[in-house]
Design a protein. Structure first.
Length: 152
């Protein structure tokens, strides 16, 4: 059972869930694909085969080291908008949670780059009375998240 489902109050319903965009995997995927291409090149050529296999292996390891932490962050992060509050949870063993009641929300800011507009991701900052959320980075469909927060 997810954290959001465990902390729902009686009469509270989830209206929207958000997640981290797949673009966070891009650096690791590029390294892994370059490693695969180098490995394929090493299999087609006879000269320097061991050298190119080592280079391909290094690219693959770097790709893995970039992909695994991003996947773990995606897996352990929950963002939900209910009819009463906004819930953000990050972490697995060491957990960080932030919850804000809807009547405390003053504004919701969305920042998107050109690629963010094209691929539908961006940073969302929820400002509340007194304090706010730290920016939620690389969120998929940030405009939909903003609309669900401000539309309640």
């Amino acid at each position: 059972m997810s954290y959001v489902q465990r902390v729902l109050q009686p009469g509270e319903t989830v209206r929207h869930t958000a997640s981290i965009h797949w673009i966070v995997y891009l650096p690791g995927a590029v390294f892994a694909l370059v490693g695969a291409a180098i490995f394929g090149y090493s299999q087609m050529t006879a000269s320097g085969r061991v050298f190119w296999e080592v280079v391909a292996g290094l690219f693959g390891i770097i790709g893995l080291f970039l992909l695994v932490p991003e996947w773990f962050t995606w897996w352990t992060t929950e963002i939900a908008v209910t009819n009463l509050r906004i819930i953000y949870k990050a972490g697995f063993i060491s957990r960080s949670t932030v919850e804000m009641h809807m009547d405390k929300v003053e504004s919701v800011d969305v920042e998107q780059s050109i690629f963010g507009r094209l691929l539908d991701y961006g940073d969302v900052t929820v400002r509340g009375t007194g304090a706010g959320f730290e920016p939620l980075r690389m969120i998929a469909a940030p405009i939909a998240l903003r609309n669900h927060i401000t539309g309640v």
